[in-house]
Design a protein around this ligand. Structure first.
Ligand SMILES: O=C(O)CCC(=O)C(=O)O
Length: 262
């Protein structure tokens, strides 16, 4: 693993994105971008994401269910203007395209909130096997911190250089041994934990194995993850919450209003 680029700047703009960030992302499959949005934007978007997440958690509780790892609410950009602002934020989408190096469409967003002292890490997994996609070589997720996320509040860790692994079946993000029982060699690869300030993000490739710590602090961990996919990605016919209502034919391209070019 090459040394992660270090910025002296508190904010990062797409038009002056240093080349070493792009090189690092392509070599390792992830990179941290300091200050991709402002602290003020993070506070405003974070408050809205908390409201949406709290309402979803309350609804789940009233139905007798709980989610220990995180409360997850999918595709908020279609219903909420504040989340939409973040998902289509020009600085975020421009940096995503520079890192991926191809034209991208939106796949979906999800708000991911870990409550205080949840005692449940998000275990090692790749994202791509969860998605019903064909023809997808450069999927990229932006994991945006909307509060400060030190290591003990549920920050993300990544395995360097493993984004070329296309051979693995779906891994269980609730099972500590799932990834390593399928790919024992990855247990011995270097891993990097990236704590973030509110307004920072990490980008990771859809096949980069990653995990997030449990939240051992008294504050909620509030993150908004948005996934962008290659223009030309097709639907492979498998079950997924985003595509199920659309009744797409296997082989059809993901395009149109729900999957806009960014
Ligand atoms: O936020 C988390 O706990 C995990 C996030 C994750 O796995 C992702 O964004 O792909």
């Amino acid at each position: 693993m090459t040394i992660h680029p270090k910025s002296k700047q508190a904010s990062t703009r797409a038009d002056s994105l240093p080349e070493d960030y792009i090189k690092y992302y392509r070599e390792n499959g992830f990179v941290k971008i300091p200050g991709i949005i402002s602290k003020e934007e993070a506070a405003r978007i974070g408050q809205r994401c908390r409201e949406i997440s709290d309402a979803a958690a309350e609804q789940k509780r009233s139905e007798g269910g709980t989610r220990k790892i995180f409360t997850q609410v999918v595709n908020n950009w279609t219903t909420d203007p504040v989340v939409k602002e973040a998902v289509l934020h020009p600085n975020i989408t421009a940096i995503a395209k520079k890192l991926a190096g191809v034209a991208l469409r939106l796949w979906h967003d999800h708000i991911l909130v870990k409550p205080p002292h949840n005692h449940a890490p998000t275990e090692w997994h790749q994202d791509q096997p969860y998605w019903p996609h064909g023809n997808s070589s450069h999927p990229i997720s932006c994991w945006l911190a909307l509060v400060d996320v030190p290591a003990d509040r549920g920050s993300m860790s990544f395995i360097a250089g493993a984004h070329h692994r296309e051979d693995l079946p779906m891994q269980n993000l609730g099972d500590k041994r799932s990834l390593f029982s399928l790919a024992p060699d990855l247990e011995y690869e270097p891993k990097l934990t990236l704590p973030l300030r509110a307004g920072d993000c990490t980008f990771h490739h859809g096949r980069t194995p990653h995990m997030a710590n449990d939240n051992a602090t008294d504050e909620h961990r509030v993150a908004l993850a948005t996934i962008y996919i290659d223009d030309g990605t097709t639907y492979d016919g498998r079950h997924h919450i985003v595509t199920d209502p659309l009744k797409l034919k296997p082989g059809s391209r993901l395009e149109g209003d729900l999957f806009p070019l960014v």
